[in-house]
Design a protein around this ligand. Structure first.
Ligand SMILES: [Zn+2]
Length: 378
C-alpha cells in the first residue's frame, strides 16, 4: 500500500512524510478518522514508507524487497492487531489466527469497517474483541529485535475493541523499546481507554474531499463523471459508503425510495407491505445500504435548501429528487427522519427482524411527516 493508493488527504500525507524526513517519528501515534476516511490504509502506507529501503521524496519506492513484502502485508517487522472472535467456543483467539483473512481484507476492502471485517471472518452476530492473549502476544513480539528493518511497527486497528486488558500494553507504549512505532487506528476517540489515549500522539484524519472521491470513482471504478459526482456527493467523503452505493445502482435505490415514500404518504397499507416484502428478500447488507442511501439523500436535500442551487454541485436527477424531499418535509422533520434511520441502521447491523423494523419505520415516518407542528415545536 502506497500513499498514492489513498484517496485525497494530501496535507496529512505530507505531514507524515515530513515526520520521517525530520526524524521525529513518535513511538505512539493515534490515526483518528471516521469510517471511510482511509485511516487504516493510510497507516499501512505510512508503515511501508518507514521501512522502504529507497524512499523517494513523498512516496515509498514500491520496488525494494521491503516494499514488496509490505505490499503483500507479510513484512516481518510490520505487525497487525485487530478484533477477532474465538475460532471455537471457549478458546482465546489472537489476531494471528486470522492473518490470512486479514491480508485478504486489506487487499480487497481497505476502506471497510468493523462490520465488514467481522463478516469476512464469519462472525455473524458475534462481537469482536482484542483479547488479553493478543496483548500478551504484542508484548512478546516487541520484546524481540526487528528482523529486517530498522523499525518494528504495530498497526493496531480499532483500539475501541480493547477492554481493560489494554492496560497490559501501557508499559510498552510508555517505555517502548528503541525504534518501535505503535500506530493505533481508531474511529471513536471516546471509546479508547483513556490511559492509552493519553500516551499517544493524535493524528486527525479527515474524510477525503468529495472531489477526490469523485476522481477515485472515475479512475478506480470507471464511472462516468455525472454518476461519480452523484455517488461522491451522497457518500459525503465516506469512501466505504461510496463503494457500497456502487454495488447497487443509485437510480434503483431512488426508485425504490420514491415508491416507499409514496406508499407511506398516500396511506396504502398493501403497497407498503408489498415493498417491505421486497426489501426483506434483499438481505441485511442491502437493507442497510438502502437506509444509508435514504439518509444521505436527506442530508443532500438539506444542503441544497441551505446553500441554494448554485452552490451545490449535483446531477439533475438527484436535484429533482432532493427538491421533492424538501417539499414533503421541513428541515427539522428531515433531521428527525435521519435520527430514525440511524437507529434503524444500528438495529439492522444487530440482526433485527427486517420486516418488523421496516413496518415500524414506515409508521414512524408517516407520523413525522404528517405532524409538522408537533415536530417543529419539539
Ligand atoms: Zn521501497
Amino acid at each position: 500500500m502506497q500513499f498514492s493508493n489513498i484517496i485525497g488527504l494530501q496535507n496529512i500525507k505530507q505531514k507524515l512524510v515530513d515526520m520521517v524526513h525530520d526524524n521525529r517519528i513518535s513511538h505512539g501515534l493515534l490515526f483518528l478518522g471516521k469510517e471511510g476516511s482511509g485511516n487504516l490504509p493510510l497507516a499501512v502506507a505510512f508503515a511501508q514508507y518507514v521501512i522502504c529501503e529507497d524512499k523517494q521524496q513523498n512516496e515509498a519506492c514500491g520496488k525494494c524487497a521491503a516494499c514488496k513484502k509490505a505490499a503483500e502485508f507479510i513484512h516481518p517487522d510490520i505487525h497487525f492487531s485487530f478484533p477477532v472472535i474465538p475460532k471455537k467456543t471457549g478458546t482465546k483467539p489472537v489476531s494471528n489466527d486470522y492473518i490470512t483473512e486479514w491480508r485478504e481484507f486489506l487487499k480487497n476492502y481497505p476502506y471497510g469497517n468493523a462490520f465488514d471485517w467481522l463478516q469476512c471472518i464469519g462472525a455473524e452476530n458475534k462481537q469482536g474483541n482484542i483479547t488479553a492473549e493478543e496483548c500478551n502476544d504484542i508484548i512478546r513480539k516487541f520484546s524481540l529485535k526487528s528482523y529486517e528493518s530498522e523499525y518494528k511497527i504495530l498497526i493496531l486497528w480499532l483500539p475501541e475493541y480493547l477492554g481493560k486488558e489494554g492496560n497490559k500494553l501501557l508499559k510498552l507504549i510508555e517505555e517502548p523499546p528503541a525504534k518501535t512505532i505503535f500506530i493505533l487506528v481508531a474511529e471513536n476517540e471516546e471509546e479508547i481507554l483513556s490511559t492509552i489515549r493519553s500516551r499517544v500522539q493524535l493524528v486527525k484524519i479527515p474524510l477525503p474531499d468529495t472531489k477526490d472521491v469523485q476522481t477515485a470513482l472515475i479512475k478506480g471504478a470507471g464511472l462516468f463523471d455525472d454518476n461519480a459526482l452523484d455517488i461522491a456527493n451522497l457518500s459525503e467523503g465516506n469512501y466505504r459508503n461510496a463503494l457500497q452505493l456502487l454495488q447497487h445502482s443509485v437510480s434503483d435505490w431512488q426508485q425504490y425510495l420514491r415508491d416507499w415514500l409514496n406508499a407511506i404518504l398516500k396511506g396504502g397499507h398493501p403497497a407498503i407491505t408489498k415493498l417491505i416484502e421486497e426489501i426483506n428478500k434483499q438481505g441485511r447488507e442491502k437493507q442497510k445500504q438502502f437506509l444509508q442511501y435514504f439518509n444521505q439523500s436527506l442530508a443532500q436535500s438539506i444542503r441544497l435548501r441551505i446553500l441554494g442551487n448554485e452552490n451545490v454541485n449535483i446531477s439533475s436527477q438527484d436535484k429533482d429528487f432532493a427538491e421533492r424531499l424538501n417539499k414533503i418535509a421541513s428541515i427539522s422533520q428531515q433531521e428527525k427522519i435521519i435520527e430514525e434511520l440511524d437507529k434503524a441502521i444500528y438495529y439492522i447491523e444487530r440482526n433485527a427482524n427486517a420486516k418488523m423494523l421496516f413496518h415500524a419505520l414506515s409508521i414512524k415516518l408517516r407520523y413525522i411527516i404528517q405532524h409538522k407542528t408537533l415536530i417543529l415545536t419539539k
